[in-house]
Design a protein around this ligand. Structure first.
Ligand code: TYD
Ligand code: MG
Length: 468
């Protein structure tokens, strides 16, 4: 006879589960391949904390939402909307990426390669914030002496900031409960561990569980939580994918080792727009904001060279002028190279096909290299036309005038398609002293912009003709 299903039976003995490191799916038993994403050898065991009156510890860890509130059903209009006051980080560039500042109760994840400047940026932010709000910096990677030395070298105000070297999540939470900081930084989440779990620090279960505990604390107390996260070689966050669901904002700090510029890019933001770009320079006195980025990316030499054009790209809520370079050279290979830095490579191949078919220009026997100057990554299609004109300029060894600017998307049938915010792009170009703009017909301004001649084009052939 089957046992009757009583309350006691439902609180079963399931104390562990197996989670996929890639997609975060969970399974009751170990298996070689994840049933959800079909990745091999990605399951690892996690221990479920005892469910306190809730259905499952695993579920509640990730999806608590505003924990502690009693679930009642309301109509959407009945939900009281409080205009959340935002705390300024002291950096306008950082605030803009966050959507206007730090929101109490939100959790923010900052990812980046080692040496990108995460710790430096947060130390500067926190020293600034500590003069107005209580702030706690938990470091698991550096000693308090190292941090103090860095703060001293950067001449930061150190009198208010509270510092703690700790990696045990329970100790971090109990200190936070007694100090009640308004801002809590944990550098980094990968070194934090919990004594109640048997797995090693940095493992999926540890990161997942500790992050869940910290974000729950932040939500319940209205603390701003900033977690630092490491990224893998391909730029994705190391550790479980589920982490990205738990946090409200995910931000990536990027920059080449040989460049002093760093870009801060929002990848997910529950309180603002993503793909905002904040630009910083790493100097000998720490991170400095770059308030006029167009000026640095356009820092051009006096003489004009074939193969360069300037494009106005749109980054989040503002225009940015960047220089594009192309080099076309006779190829000795049967399969000529198409190499891009800062662009998508497949897009270059596609554009070259359009150039041949609709512009009558053949580069099939040439190597084509394309580069965005200054280490910026251009993901917008508005750079299409500028890229093609740079290729043609290099092929013909004929430079375009220095004060020309180009933007527009190139379609597969050779048409030039309009892009968003054409007017603002043109104003930015005029502000930087450009004299002539080649733009899609639909982006031609209704009112003339003083000092800027506009050539509207609707076909690729017209654009090529304008450059003759
Ligand atoms: P850091 O903030 O430690 O990086 P992360 O925490 O992301 O790993 O930054 C370290 C790098 O920044 C290091 O390579 C040296 C450089 N740096 C400067 O150039 N100037 C400075 O004032 C500081 C503090 C660091
Ligand atoms: Mg660091």
């Amino acid at each position: 006879q089957l046992p009757s299903v009583s309350g006691e039976f439902r609180v079963a003995k399931a104390k562990t589960a197996f989670v996929c490191n890639d997609c975060g799916a969970d399974f009751p038993k170990w298996q070689g391949q994840c049933g959800e994403c079909h990745a091999w050898n990605t399951l690892s065991e996690i221990r479920l904390s005892a469910p306190a009156g809730k259905s499952s510890g695993l579920r509640s860890a990730g999806r608590t939402g505003f924990a502690g509130s009693v679930a009642t059903v309301k109509r959407l209009e009945e939900v009281a909307v409080v205009d959340l006051p935002r705390l300024s980080s002291g950096f306008d560039e950082f605030d803009r990426v966050l959507g206007g500042g730090l929101i109490p109760g939100s959790s923010i994840l900052i990812g980046g390669h080692p040496g990108a400047g995460k710790s430096t940026l947060l130390l500067q932010t926190l020293c600034y914030l500590a003069s107005k709000h209580s702030a706690l910096y938990v470091t698991g990677e550096e000693s308090p002496e190292q941090i103090a030395m860095r703060a001293k070298r950067l001449s930061l105000p150190t009198d208010q900031l509270q510092l703690m070297a700790e990696t045990d999540v329970d100790a971090i939470l109990s200190s936070a409960e007694s100090l009640k900081p308004k801002i809590l930084v944990v550098d980094s989440i990968q070194v934090v561990h919990s004594e109640t779990l048997t797995s090693a620090p940095g493992s999926v279960s540890q990161v997942r569980d500790c992050a869940a505990q910290l974000t729950r604390y932040a939500k319940q107390t209205g603390t701003v939580l900033i977690l630092v996260g490491h990224v893998t070689k391909d730029g994705s966050l190391a550790g479980p994918k589920v982490l990205e669901h738990m946090i409200d904002c995910s931000i990536l700090l990027e920059g080449d080792h040989d460049s002093r510029y760093r870009t801060l890019r929002g990848q997910k933001n529950r309180f603002g727009a993503v793909n905002e770009l904040g630009i910083f320079a790493m100097t000998d006195t720490g991170m400095r904001e770059v308030t006029n980025p167009s000026a640095i990316f356009l820092d051009r030499s006096e003489h004009t060279a074939p193969g360069t054009t300037v494009v106005v790209v749109w980054e989040g809520t503002r225009p940015l002028l960047v220089e594009i370079q192309a080099l076309v050279d006779d190829s000795s290979l049967g399969n000529p190279r198409r190499v891009t830095v800062g662009f998508e490579q497949n897009r270059l191949a596609m554009l070259l096909a359009v150039l041949h078919r609709h512009g009558g220009i053949q580069v099939g026997d040439q190597d084509v290299f394309a580069n965005v100057v200054g280490g910026v990554r251009v993901m917008e299609t508005s750079a299409d036309l500028a890229l093609l004109l740079a290729v043609v300029s290099s092929l013909r060894d004929r430079p375009l005038p220095r004060d020309w600017v180009v933007f527009g998307e190139v379609g597969l049938s050779g048409e030039i398609r309009p892009v968003a915010s054409g007017q603002e792009r043109l104003s930015e170009a005029a502000k930087h002293g450009f004299k002539l703009a080649i733009v899609p017909k639909a982006n031609a301004p209704k009112k003339a912009i003083s000092g800027l001649e506009v050539i509207p084009v609707s076909r690729l052939a017209e654009a090529l003709e304008a450059c003759q």
